[in-house]
Design a protein around this ligand. Structure first.
Ligand code: ADP
Ligand code: MG
Length: 254
């Protein structure tokens, strides 16, 4: 009998363990570098729950963008140790599109211009691709109805989605376009790599209000070099990355 209770307790513990993992992005002792063998990340561990905002700060060259790229599975980097777990699923060996399906999103520090790809079509296909195949696909009209209010919150005119992706967008428009994608894709966990770099105060405010108006719990990893975006987006946790490691974590910058 005592044995039975013991086993019962054990399995309950296991269940709650799995339950906790379910709403979490876990980075466990992550070591990664280039394919040529240059070590960049030297043991990063971090746990982000849905609903939490974590900021990552630190000097240029510390490995912040590499962390973002490795989380999303950029093929230029190799994980040499550790793992990345999303909602209890080990994604360390997955391709970027598989990671997106597991609920990860990356907003790039330097979004690329893609001529010939219509932003709206691209985004609608991405939304349809990422969601459960059993869910009805978004029609062009349903898509437009969803995209328009978000575009407005971001200070875009609605014809932004008729243009080629990022083609001829200003620096601020490119960053806002990443946030538009985030708002439509509704990932469980979003990594934003310097969404504030090169932005004027208006664009910063637009980005802040678009992120704050997202109406579901998601985890945000906000990489930034500057403190000013933290006036608009308030992290509960701040981590400082230097030379490929988190050297300090706290609940504020002081
Ligand atoms: P941060 O975003 O914190 O400024 P990065 O992650 O961009 O830092 O870069 C960290 C270090 O890794 C830098 O020294 C950078 O030159 C190097 N690095 C990043 N990506 C590559 C790469 N693909 N090949 C070689 N070195 C790289
Ligand atoms: Mg960077």
């Amino acid at each position: 009998m005592s044995n039975w209770i013991k086993n019962g307790e054990k399995s309950r513990q296991n269940t709650s363990f799995i339950f906790i993992m379910k709403d979490t992005l876990e980075i466990i002792d992550l070591h990664a570098g280039t394919k040529e063998g240059k070590e960049i990340l030297r043991g990063v561990s971090l746990k982000i729950k849905k609903g939490e905002i974590h900021a990552i700060m630190g000097p240029n060259g510390g490995g912040k963008s590499t962390l973002a790229q490795v989380l999303m599975g950029h093929p230029d980097y190799v994980v040499t140790k550790g793992k990345i777990v999303v909602n209890g699923v080990d994604i360390t060996a997955m391709t970027p599109d598989q990671r997106a399906k597991q609920g990860l999103f990356l907003g790039f520090q330097y979004p690329v211009e893609i001529t010939g790809v219509n932003f709206g079509n691209f985004l609608r296909m991405a939304v349809n691709e990422i969601h459960d195949p059993k869910v009805k696909k978004l029609s062009p009209i349903a898509f437009r109805n969803q995209v328009e209010p978000i575009a407005k919150t971001l200070g875009f005119s609605e014809d932004i989605v008729k243009r080629f992706l990022n083609q001829g967008f200003s620096g601020g428009e490119k960053k806002k376009a990443e946030i538009l994608q985030l708002s439509m894709l509704k990932p469980d966990f979003a990594i934003l790599d310097e969404p504030d770099s090169g932005l004027d105060v208006d664009a910063l405010r637009y980005i802040g209000s678009a992120i704050n108006s997202l109406d579901y719990p998601f985890g945000l990893l906000l990489i930034t070099h500057y403190q000013r975006i933290l006036h608009y987006i308030k992290p509960q946790f701040v981590h400082i990355v230097v030379k490929g490691k988190i050297v300090k974590s706290g609940d504020s910058l002081s």
